[in-house]
Design a protein around this ligand. Structure first.
Ligand SMILES: *Cc1c(COP(=O)(O)O)cnc(C)c1O
Length: 375
């Protein structure tokens, strides 16, 4: 592997983060020392089972839930597949209609497209140019057959945060379940599933300094899902398969750190955000995409007129950033998120996403904008 990434300034934390050293160290003994199967009845099994249950509590605490409502999965993609397929299958009598929105992650949109081939009806809500859905549109889309509302917390391409409490209230009013993909909001926003009216919520550890391939799904009491994976009785029969102790330990630790450092991190990200806005305001024909206030402050999408973002991203050997557009057979297909906000394919390719974690600095932002000015 050619490796010039050591000197990189990494501004692509919305795609994944470096594992936190504390998290990494906490995981190590569970690979080689305490490698036991948590379902074994011997002392070793009991030991790792208690460690796993402790991690489950740490996950629950982060969203003010109780640990019996936390299911470990391989991450948000799996959780999303599980909820959408599992809820509709288990609750077919309730209805066969899902309401979601055009700016959801592909894990939601592709699963919905699959479900459409199975006879499920999907309504895809539009967003306004600021990236927010209109709650009136949501309420109007509800029908007697509506089983599920699927709206993300913070958007992974723009950082825009939906009115989650407002959505939760509408869901409750019509007795429809509300599933929220909170992958980019966890650790950035205070989340209380009870006060927000969230019935199901998912996250991935690797977006908050944890390991890849693990996350949790919160499912409120009384909701049943048909499992994706059948087999052993792990996770209360919700997800079969031997407990992945090291990853679960890492997830728990990452959640604990996210809880403890939330306020401090929020202040830090706002400082970086303000610095970016200051720089953006100094460059002509450059602007922030999406709402300025309803957002997380660690993800920014900026439009720089005349920039070829796909070339910039691929050619850059000192900065890791993202342009969020997929290049198929050399035709640049603009991001579905930005297009839903009203941008043309050409305009989408003038947009760059930068996303921070706590290791980034003001100096890196200065350097980044110097580079932009020379691009
Ligand atoms: C990263 C991400 C996902 C997918 O998470 P995986 O860990 O890749 O399964 C889903 N939704 C959002 C908003 C994300 O940012």
């Amino acid at each position: 592997m050619s490796d010039n990434t050591k000197q990189w300034k990494y501004l692509d934390n919305a795609s994944t983060t470096r594992i936190n050293v504390e998290v990494f160290n906490e995981m190590i003994p569970y690979f080689n020392e305490y490698y036991f199967n948590a379902s074994s009845n011997h002392k070793g099994g009991g030991l790792v089972k208690s460690v796993i249950e402790n991690a489950r509590c740490l996950c629950a605490n982060l969203i003010n839930a109780t640990s019996e409502n936390i299911i470990f999965t391989s991450g948000s993609t799996e959780s999303i597949n599980y909820v959408l397929k599992g809820y509709l299958e288990e609750n077919f009598a309730v209805g066969n209609h899902i309401i979601t929105c055009k700016t959801e992650h592909k894990a939601v949109l592709e699963t919905c497209e699959y479900l459409e081939t199975k006879g499920i009806e999907i309504s895809y809500l539009d967003v306004k140019s600021d990236g927010l859905i209109d709650l009136f549109d949501l309420e109007s889309a509800i029908k007697p057959e509506t089983a599920l509302i699927v709206i993300m917390f913070a958007n992974n391409e723009t950082g825009v945060v939906q009115d989650i409490k407002g959505i939760g209230e509408i869901a409750q009013k019509y007795n429809v379940k509300f599933f929220c993909d909170a992958t980019q909001a966890i650790g950035k926003v205070h989340i209380d599933v009870n006060s927000l009216g969230i019935d199901m919520l998912c996250m991935s550890a690797h977006k908050i300094g944890g390991p890849k391939g693990i996350g949790f799904l919160y499912v409120k009491n009384g909701i049943k899902l048909t499992p994706l994976l059948h087999g052993g009785s792990q996770e209360n029969n919700n997800r079969a398969g031997t407990y992945n102790t090291p990853l679960i330990v890492g997830l728990g630790k990452a959640c604990e750190i996210a809880s403890n450092s939330l306020l401090e991190n929020q202040i830090f990200y706002k400082t970086l955000f303000d610095k970016v806005i200051e720089s953006v305001n100094k460059i002509d024909n450059t602007r922030l995409i999406g709402a300025t206030e309803n957002r997380v402050y660690n993800i920014l999408n900026i439009k720089i007129e005349g920039l070829d973002a796909s070339i910039f991203v691929e050619a850059s050997d000192d900065f890791a950033v993202s342009n969020g557009s997929a290049c198929t057979s050399r035709i640049i297909e603009g991001s579905h998120v930005l297009k839903a906000m009203g941008l043309s394919d050409k305009e989408c390719n003038e947009c760059l996403r930068i996303s921070f974690d706590t290791s980034n600095s003001i100096v890196e932002i200065d350097d980044f904008f110097k580079k932009i000015l020379n691009a």
